[in-house]
Design a protein around this ligand. Sequence first.
Ligand code: CUK
Ligand code: CUA
Length: 651
Amino acid sequence: MRSKRMTWVLTLTATAAVLGVVTLQSCSGAGRGADVSAIARARGLTEADIVAAVKTFQPTGKMDEYLMFGSGGHSGQVVVIGVPSMRLLKVIAVFTPEPWQGFGYGSDEHKALFENARMAGHDITWGDSHHPALSETDGDYDGQFLFINDKANPRIAVIDLRDFETKQIVTNPNMGTNHGGTFVTPNTEYVIEGAQYSVPLWTDYADVDRYEEDYRGLITMWKFDRDRGRIDEAASFSIVLPPYWHDLADAGKGPSFGWAFLNSFNTEMATGGVEDGNPPFEAGASRNDMDYMHIINWQKAAEVAAAGNTRMARGRRVIPLQTAIDEGLLFFVPEPKSPHGVDVTPDGRFLVVSGKLDPHVTVYSFAKIQQAIQNGDFTSTDPYGVPILDFNSVIEGQLEVGLGPLHTQYDNRGNAYTSIFLESQVTKWSLDPLAVVDKIDVHYNVGHLAAVEGDTKSPDGKYLVAMNKWSLDRFNNVGPLLPQNFQLIDISGDEMELIYDMPIGVGEPHYAQIIKADKLQPFEIYPEIGFDPSTMSTASDAVQAGEERIERRGRNVDVYMTAIRSHFNPEYIRVREGDNVTIHITSIEQVRDATHGFGIAKYNINLSIEPGESQTVSFVADAPGVFPFYCTEFCSALHLEMMGYLLVSPR
Ligand code: CUK
Ligand code: CUA
């Protein structure tokens, strides 16, 4: 497309003049006599490198303009990264216990959360988080909540962005795994979760030879109660789908409000079995040239569910497939070859689908889809009776973007950006007219893209992050398991410019969303002393200064404790072996960042108690002996002295 190396024509002096900050030849005063060009020469930096550095460097104390919420992949967490500096600010514990945040190391609040997150009789202490979704109001991020799916164990988590903590995990017993989640409807009425691999629905067990009869796909619309900050499980519902494998989803907005779109593959219903001489799943599931995009009227489905037109499956409300067909909730349109992403344009008028085995993006017109549905313009039905729209009559066009297109994001100038997996590129293309505008190499094997506010109704168009699956030769060798590489791309100009590489060494992130930082209003400290983050209200067992005490009733011991620099009160907890101990701890700190930890040696307990926070930890004192407990955050000069003894006398 162009010779990138040759486009860097700025001289150092010109760069300096444009920036108006320093004179690069001689920087007396600007860096204690540092000579920027000499430093650049010594480090082997090009002029483009210097421009990239100036575009991304944040001096101490300067905040980033955007925050990126990235999935943490099989770490099960969410990573929070400042953009454009690409500094890692936080790893939010979601599906996996995390000791720094005291998440899953003894607090009763987290025990309850993990209890609700159990599946198939198992404690599940990891997740494969793929798609974070920021809550939206009128199709725009509102900065209040974040949702994320666990693909491995079909679950959805709710994170409250007032304190960046996970508040709820809901399970979906009717799915085998999920993938088409999370995506929110434009006012966060619902959080969408589409299944991935189909499993038996109405029966708990059926061998794969009963695949077409007993296995089913599913899409779940989780009702979000914004006031409570929780998914309302009872008000949620699912729609049964044919046993294809389902992939990514997106919610319509603007003119397509009320509709959801879900990709599928393996419409061949291949059942694999390479060991029996059958084609492996990868071949069997890729035979057809077309799979089906699922077009779902969720608004009408909500009415059908409210009218009681549902059956119960494993305790959840489900709209049967035949009901979905009869009520006009579900339509198919062919989509080319192993589709992956489906991404609604900012104006809500078009849907962009990429087929992994097709070099094109296909742009569907929502207006044409609606027209065809209203006219009953169907070419046929699938084996289960779902009406199929005519591909050619509902597409706006197709554009060749490269080999292995996956995911698409948007800017504020009518451009789309599609990740090209096989060619390790990002293709920028215009929606009207359909034309390729620019391509840039990324390193390597790019998956998702995240553009700033890039899937809202008003993208910002400044930056794009390529979330690359391989990093190969980009970083120091840290052994055979390599980090992924997030590459920051400046998309504000006509040509894309790669300006930063950020290794991600916690798991394999998939998708991210990037929000303007000033839309977030997190607490600096909890709003009152004795605040319980699990309910976002005053804890019933909050302890105020002067109320510290230990109460015994038989073998139950309740410890009412406060924490403030630099002591716990009480400092001795004397119990008998076998006692049930409950420690109610309140931080009576009111100073920002004055966090205390509470770790008990050899009992696998650690809490993080932020200013104002109240937490409860219960355990059986089943090991006799003397166990120091101490503050695990370096909170003051006398932090090492912030300790006490758990004295468990033998029975
Ligand atoms: S998926 Cu991983 S690159 Cu789970 Cu959204 Cu496409
Ligand atoms: Cu409190 Cu260290």
